[in-house]
Design a protein around this ligand. Structure first.
Ligand SMILES: NC(=O)c1ccc[n+]([C@@H]2O[C@H](COP(=O)([O-])OP(=O)(O)OC[C@H]3O[C@@H](n4cnc5c(N)ncnc54)[C@H](OP(=O)(O)O)[C@@H]3O)[C@@H](O)[C@H]2O)c1
Length: 336
């Protein structure tokens, strides 16, 4: 059987462009015992893949060189199975090579339950995917969000942040979000139901946060660190909690990474800062999937994504992602 795949064709000269990739035909081998033949239906794209082009192999994945087929998470449909645990028509999430039809082993597939067939496929790469699971773990379990909380989410329009805002709202909390453009601030208040939002480029973060939450906050969900972490420590009420999920503003700074200069607020305000790593909380996955699926059905939360139609447009979609042409997760509908 023949299929199409996307290969890196050349190293970029500056930013990655669609012409750095080529669409090639490839032969698909017969699945062996225990393997399944899968068809790629939705492909999620990550900007981080660009860092691996021409780079060394790292914990995040192998370096990508001309002739290589990149891989990112996708929703696949089983078209032929030689494994008793799968049958044709089953849907699953897989780290998928950018290839239309492929052979997969069972341990690569996280099956999507048949009872979830009314849930749009895109949701499995966003709010029910890795970013959703991260936000649920951090907001619900580490942060213990309550309906009575006033929550501040930094990086609130990003993958994790947009889910964290929605989960806190679904539980009934008041939510303030920060983001880096007027469009993202609009998304937060108009589409994600945040009670207030500010653009962190508009002035000192502590002033902006005080303006958006004049009575203070009692839970902070941090994706970016730096100045916004310091601002939150200023505005957290007595016995407030902070969940340290990420520190996007500090990545790549090496030894110049900045911690909060006002950490003594932890003493006087009896604050708690708690970090977490989502991979240590796999036991929560069943609860997460059941609860977020219910919220999706009730219309309390939704997937935030931009879809580009057609497998052959994967290179355009990836280049567009790198130049900011997306709201929420960029993905490709490979069915159309
Ligand atoms: N703890 C865990 O297990 C775990 C798991 C997954 C991810 N994470 C972390 O969670 C965070 C969010 O991940 P994600 O996938 O949602 O990434 P993302 O979509 O790229 O969101 C990160 C946001 O950070 C903001 N940002 C980047 N640089 C900034 C800077 N210098 N100053 C202020 N804001 C900045 C950007 O927002 P604006 O453009 O709006 O400013 C961006 O939307 C990351 O820090 C990631 O490392 C943690």
């Amino acid at each position: 059987m023949e299929t199409l795949e996307v290969q890196l064709d050349s190293y970029p000269d500056g930013s990655v462009e669609a012409r750095n990739f080529r669409i090639s035909s490839a032969s698909v081998p017969e699945p062996g015992p225990g393997e399944v033949l899968v068809h790629l239906r939705r492909l999620g794209l990550n900007a981080g893949l660009a860092n691996r082009i021409g780079g060394p192999d790292t914990d995040y994945g192998p370096g990508i060189h001309p002739g290589d087929v990149p891989a990112s998470d996708g929703v696949i449909e089983v078209i032929h199975s030689r494994n008793a645990a799968f049958k044709a028509g089953d849907l699953a999430v897989r780290k998928s090579p950018w290839r239309g039809v492929d052979v997969a082993t069972a341990d690569e597939l996280r099956i999507i339950s048949a009872v979830d067939s009314d849930i749009p496929l895109e949701s499995h790469l966003t709010i029910l995917g890795h970013v959703g699971f991260t936000a649920y773990t951090g907001m619900v379990h580490v942060g213990g969000v309550q309906a009575t909380d006033t929550v501040f989410v930094s990086g609130a329009a990003g993958g994790v942040g947009s889910c964290a805002v929605q989960f806190a709202k679904a539980i009934g909390a008041s939510v303030v979000g920060s983001a880096g453009t007027a469009e993202k601030v609009h998304l937060l208040t108009q589409e994600l139901s945040a009670d207030a939002a500010f653009n962190h480029h508009d002035g000192p973060a502590a002033e902006l946060l005080r303006g958006a939450a004049p009575d203070g906050i009692n839970l902070f969900y941090d994706n970016v660190g730096g100045e916004q972490l310091e601002a939150a420590l200023e505005v957290l009420r007595f016995r407030g909690r902070a969940v340290i999920c990420g520190a996007a503003s500090q990545y790549g700074k090496g030894g110049d990474r900045r911690g909060p200069a006002n950490y003594t607020r932890l003493i006087y305000q009896e604050l708690t800062l708690r970090g977490f790593t989502v991979t240590a909380h796999e036991d929560l996955r069943g609860e997460f999937e059941a609860r977020v699926t219910q919220w999706l059905r009730e219309g309390k939360v939704h997937s935030v994504h931009t879809v580009v139609d057609g497998f052959s447009h994967i290179p355009d979609a990836f280049a567009s992602l790198l130049s900011g042409g997306n709201t929420g997760r960029m993905m490709v509908d490979c069915d159309s």
